[in-house]
Design a protein around this ligand. Structure first.
Ligand code: THU
Length: 141
């Protein structure tokens, strides 16, 4: 498999829907410890949208990020290809290393849009942009 450097185009209407979905989901973030609410949405190759929020735990390392929740929800329903991922926080924080690795499992060209809570796209990149030289399934020889 080649490491594509081309990002997926998304039309403005779909982008608005992804942003609205991430914003709505963010309201369900369970972040009583960090108080850092994150909402995510993923667009599958087939056009479905899944959402996710960060879910923290009193045993801190057990919590999980919004991006992984959204991706895992989609994967657990049979999805394997993603066109775009939107992540919304107050300050447009970028995905953690674990989330980048999980994204890379399913494709490097997936568009990643980091938005703030006003809906401004602050970073427009790809999984490969976030995680160059990723370790991927084809590396397991
Ligand atoms: N978090 C996410 O959900 N996504 C990110 O991109 C960065 C961090 C969560 C994990 C934890 O619940 C809180 O934000 C503070 O790290």
């Amino acid at each position: 498999m080649s490491k594509s450097r081309t990002s997926t185009p998304i039309d403005a209407e779909t982008l608005e829907k992804l942003i609205a979905t991430a914003r709505h989901a963010r309201g369900w973030a369970y972040a009583p410890y960090s108080h850092y609410a994150v909402g995510a949405s993923v667009l599958t190759a087939g056009g479905r949208i899944y959402d996710g929020v960060n879910i923290e735990n009193a045993a801190y390392p057990t919590g999980i990020c919004a991006e992984r929740v959204a991706i895992f929800k989609a994967v657990s329903e049979g999805e394997r290809e993603f066109s775009a991922i939107v992540v919304m926080t107050d300050n447009a924080g970028t995905p953690c290393g674990s989330c980048r690795q999980v994204m890379a499992e399913f494709g490097l060209s997936t568009r990643v849009l980091i938005v703030d809570t006003t809906g401004n796209v602050r970073i427009d990149t790809t999984v490969e942009g976030l995680l160059p030289e990723a370790f991927r399934p084809e590396d397991l020889i």
